[in-house]
Ligand binder design. Sequence first.
Ligand code: APR
Ligand code: ZN
Ligand code: ZN
Length: 374
Amino acid sequence: MSTAGKAIKCKAAVLWETHKPFSIEEIEVAPPKAHEVRIKMVATGVCRSDDHVISGNFVTPLPAVLGHEGAGIVESVGEGVTSVKPGDKVIILCLPQCGECNTCLNSKNNICKEVRLSGTHLTSEGNSRITCKGKIVYQYITTGTFSEYIVIKEISVAKIDEGALLEKVCIIGCGFATGFGAAINSAKVTPGSTCAVFGLGGVGLSVIIGCKTAGAARIIGVDTNKDRFAKAKTVGATECIDPRDFEKPIQKVLFDMMNGGVDFCFEVTGNPETVETALASCHKDHGVCVIVGSIASWVQINISSQLFFSGRTLKGSVLGGWKTKDEIPKLVSDCMAKKFNLDPLITHTLTLDKVNEAIQLMKNGQCIRCVLLP
Ligand code: APR
Ligand code: ZN
Ligand code: ZN
């Protein structure tokens, strides 16, 4: 029996309050309105940003269905939707691409004006399409992938190759695209260059894959957790170091190792103190440092002015600089063509009802990426 045009009752992981676990609830997902798409979720990755909401570091209205890195199959579409149809395999875009705003019309930019990274995370017309026990439940960053079904705007979803393995490519939607694109698009890593990556979680490892793909000659992984070193080498790090093993500061270590500092450096720990260290590790004349890790909006970063009495560059990067609707499906195809391998990044696969376990694995540093299957 077709579900199109009717509300769907299904399960979702709902966060009612910060600092509390998710509860698995029965929710009601309304049919999609004009320019919206209802999707049956097949797989969703758990990202640090979801935990930042739980811990209160990212502020979003609650109750909410979190999760923003997912893939699924289109169940039905609202009026005027042209880019996807029922049955299509799709990837969720936590950064939309409306194609019409100043950002979308500028080839150098990717942070579409329609993005809702803070404030009220609602779909069009100011309403979530999800309710639970008669109450509106918001959809984190207008997505909310920790659910069996979701409704999102057409600009936040892209059709992908029908042969794609959704339980694998779902992590391209945030973590992989963010790290890989930081190297390829934001830093523009050059062949034969030297790179240092601070933080070897799922995003940092994706940066390493990007540096390797761009042809970097030396890629140094830096982490205080040595358990991450073996995997970093599997994906392309040429060496790994722990700052605590040296008496001198790590920027001095990298300066000496690399004859004056690295060409490209990436901050992927999410730690504000590491930004200055990463910048100082760059070559003073031409080094480029990209901040990839997300830091709470109220945090100030302290950087010595002396670091800018030089030619260094410090850059931001959001979702790897990709124009999402156009380019994320190409990353999925590249993955299928084995241009890069996501397998080392996915260390755990659990069912959606184990979402609290997945968050705990992430907090304890026991997983790289955990994928949930609704
Ligand atoms: N120096 C070196 N490594 C550090 C430091 C430090 N001062 N502090 C933390 N780390 C390491 C941790 O040991 C861990 O291996 O950084 C790594 C971070 O990895 P994850 O916590 O798994 O995070 P990840 O999912 O990769 O995301 C990294 O990017 O998108 C953001 O919100 C995300 O801020 C987070 C960052
Ligand atoms: Zn994310
Ligand atoms: Zn736009």
